[in-house]
Design a protein around this ligand. Sequence first.
Ligand code: ADP
Ligand code: MG
Length: 415
Amino acid sequence: MNTLRAEGLYKIFGRRAPEALAMLREGHDREAVQQATDTVPAVIDASFEVQPGEIFVVMGLSGSGKSTLVRMLNRMHPATAGRVLIGDIDVTSLAPPELRALRAEKISMVFQHFGLFPHRTVLENAMWGLEVRKVPEAERRTRAAEALELVGLGGWGDSYPGELSGGMQQRVGLARAIATDADILLMDEAFSALDPLIRSEMQEQLVELQQNLHKTIIFITHDLNEAMFLGDRIAVMKDGRIVQIGTTEEILQDPANDYVEAFVQDVDRSRVLTASAVMEEPIATILRREGPKAALKRMRERQVSALYVVDPGRRLVGATLDDEVIEAIMGGEHHLENITHTDVPVVDPDTPLNELLMPSAQSRLPLAVVKDGKLLGVIPRVTLLAALGGVRRSNGTEVPQVDVPGDDDREEAGA
Ligand code: ADP
Ligand code: MG
C-alpha cells in the first residue's frame, strides 16, 4: 500500500485560470483574483499526505472546495497546478490508459447519492466496479457477494435498489467500492443524505469495517461531528484553502483560527473525544515482583487505596487493594500474586467518553487504558467527571470539556 500525496494543488475554474494562478501565487487574495479574472479558484495550494490505512477527513462548509479537491485525486478534475502522487506514481501526468487502470484498480469512489443502477439487482450493482476491470463473471459474483456480506447485506443480493432504505442503498455503494479491492476509497459526503440515526450507524460500521480492511480513506463531509468521529486526521477547508490539518484532539484543543474554533464549538465531545484524550499518567503502579511492603509504601506516598500491578514495560497484570495488602503483610506474605485482582476495568484508548461513564461508575479503581496489554494511562472517576464539568487536573492542565449525552444526543448530527 502506498502513501497518497497532494503537493500544491490548485483548481481554478474559468478560461483565465493561468492568469488567476499567477495572481494567487503572488499572494493576491481569492476574492480579488476571482473578480479580476472572472474565474473560480476552487482549491488553492492544497498539500497533504495520507498514510496507508488512514481515514483522512476533508471538512468544510458547502462551497469550500472539498469535492473539487477530492476529484483531483483521481483526476476526475485535472489540476490547474500541483501534483498528486500515489506511492511514486504521478497521477497528474499519467497517460489515459494508465489513468483508467489506476481508477479501476487503485481508487474507488463512493458518492452521496449512491449512484446505483435501478434496474440492476443489488448484487449486480455491487459487481459493477469489477465489470469495469474486466474480472471474469464468476469471480465478480463471489467478490461482490463477499462485499455485501461485509456491509451487512448478505441476504439482499437479488433485491433491487428501490426496495432498499437509504442506509441500505449506501451500503451497496460501499460494497461496490470494497469489492474492487482498491486501496484508496474516496467518499464524498457519502453519508450526508442519510437521516441522523442511520448516519451514525453507517459511521460506526465504517470504522468497524476499516479495522479489517485497512483502506486509505479520504472522507469528505461538511459535518464536524462526523469528521471527528471518523477521522484519524482532519483537514479543515475554507474558501478553497486548507486552514488546518490535525487529529480530533489537536483541532479541538488548539483550533488554528476563529473559523475552526467556531466550528468546534458545536461538537458533541463525549462522542468524539476518547479515553486517550483525558487519561492521566499512571503513577499508582507497582511491579508485580516488588511485593506487599513496597505496595503499602507506594500507596502511602501516592495517597491511593489501590495500585495497578504491572510487569516490566508496564504490561498490566491487575490491581491490588490496600486492605488486602495490609492483610498480606500481617500474614507474612512476600508476593503480590495472591492479592492481585485480574478482573480490573480496562478500556481501549479509542473508547469515546460517553462509553466510559458506566464502567467508571461501577468500579472502585480508576479505569485502566490499555493497548496491546500495555497500561497507557488511567482515568480516575473524578477526571471523567471533571471532563464533564470542565475543571483542571492537579498538574494544571485542562481536562477537555464534555457535554453529557442525553437521549437526543444524535439529533443534531444531520441537522
Ligand atoms: P464543496 O464540495 O466544498 O461544497 P466544491 O468543490 O463543490 O465545494 O466547490 C468549490 C467552488 O467551486 C464553489 O464555489 C463552486 O461553485 C465552484 N465550482 C465547483 N465546480 C465548478 C465547475 N465545474 N465550474 C465552475 N465552478 C465550480
Ligand atoms: Mg461537495
